[in-house]
Design a protein around this ligand. Structure first.
Ligand code: SF4
Ligand code: SF4
Length: 378
């Protein structure tokens, strides 16, 4: 049973009102970290498979052959966007990099259903960013918090980058997009991406090192300020029916949620977090000491009106209480994982069954293109 206790004195606790202490341990962050690590491992595996596939062609078939992992196309967001426009314009799935579109659609649907959960639960770059910041905390024991006048314009950088990519894709005709993807540059865009990291220029190394250094000092610097993919997910997430919701009656104004939010949102001052920056990471709920003060839910929480319930028949009372319980039902971390898993594995399986997952080109095409990937430009 929940226990009624006075709040523990903390530096930020301003209220003295009694509150119901949460009686169940919160496992959301453990579950989220497990999903992040699993997805990181999956991407490392895909990267290794893809590298071996590329080496097969670079060595003229002297290594052992491994099928090209279509999942690597998750790293081709522009191809995904192009294929999505091509599909919406022609109602045909492009034969080149169809998995890029399938994965983009999966992540867009997850952002619509569960806020920008892709960023905090699945994205390997988001995971690296998060862990780098924690490492920075261990090393420097402090974090650089940017002033608001700088934070807000920096956040808009990712939307400017997104606008640029959307503009480029939007101005190309469906036929133009198809021709682009069918050209050598389009076919081996993934190999060029791999080669960028394998044969990195000094400028590339300097940029990556700067980002790593900034990530150690500033929380989620890539995700909050620069990532156009996250910006797209964030815009879609505004339409999400599920939001972080704060019940003012249950809240004790301790401000812990605001301090825990990696997106630096003023959770303790809001009733509903509608921001495109909310990643559905549940860190605010994990730290909240008050029962039901914060929930990841479809609708704002309702308190049963006992006076009204006493005046009506037991059957109607029971129905009213059941309705309120259903209304108050919040998404648990396990449910978030279940929805993400159903979306991810369900849509990939559907794409495989309908032959819209693999790019099926003869090996001779790849043998001709892959060893000379760096020579092709668009
Ligand atoms: S509001 Fe909560 S769920 Fe959203 S980003 Fe902040 S801590 Fe995460
Ligand atoms: S919602 Fe935020 S301010 Fe309110 S009790 Fe929970 S952590 Fe404290």
């Amino acid at each position: 049973m929940p226990t009624l206790t006075a709040p523990e004195p903390t530096a930020t606790t301003s209220a003295k009102k009694p509150f119901i202490r949460r009686h169940l341990l919160d496992h959301s962050q453990r579950i989220r970290h497990a999903v992040q690590i699993a997805f990181l491992a999956l991407n490392a595996w895909l990267g290794l498979e893809f590298y071996l596939w590329v080496r097969y062609y670079e060595t003229n078939g002297r290594g052992f052959y491994i099928d090209r992992p279509a999942g690597i196309e998750g790293w081709l967001p522009i191809a995904g966007l192009m294929n999505l426009k091509y599909f919406l314009s022609t109602h045909h799935v492009s034969a080149i990099h169809p998995a890029a579109m399938v994965l983009l659609v999966i992540f867009l649907i997850s952002s619509w259903l569960l806020k920008k959960s892709f960023c905090s639960w699945l994205c390997p770059v988001g995971t690296a960013s998060e862990y780098l910041w924690h490492l920075g905390q261990q090393l420097f024991h402090r974090s650089l918090i940017l002033p608001r006048w700088l934070d807000i314009p920096l956040r808009s950088l990712k939307y400017i980058l997104l606008a640029f990519f959307v503009y480029v894709v939007a101005t190309l005709s469906a036929d133009g997009l198809h021709q682009f993807l069918l050209a050598p540059f389009g076919i081996i865009a993934d190999v060029k991406m791999l080669n960028f990291f394998r044969h990195m220029s000094l400028i590339g190394i300097a940029v990556i090192l700067t980002l790593v250094l900034l990530s150690l000092m500033i929380q989620n610097v890539w995700c909050r300020f620069l990532c156009p993919y996250g910006a797209l997910m964030g815009l879609v997430s505004i339409l999400s029916p599920v939001k972080i919701r704060r019940d003012e009656a249950a809240c004790i104004d301790c401000n812990k949620c605001t301090h825990a939010c990696p997106s630096h949102l003023p959770v303790a001052q809001l009733v509903t977090i509608r921001s495109a920056e909310c990643t559905g990471c549940l860190s605010c709920i994990a730290i909240c000491p008050a029962e039901n003060a914060l929930n990841f839910a479809f609708l704002p929480r309702q308190t049963p009106n006992v006076q009204l319930a006493a005046d009506i028949s037991p059957a109607v009372q029971s129905l009213a209480i059941s309705t309120i319980r259903w209304h108050n039902r919040a998404l648990q971390p396990r449910t978030v994982v279940l929805i993400l898993a159903i979306l991810f594995f369900g849509l990939i399986t559907a794409a495989r069954i309908t032959h819209h997952w693999q790019t099926n080109l003869p090996r001779s095409v790849y043998q001709q293109l892959v060893p000379h990937a760096d020579d092709y430009t668009h």
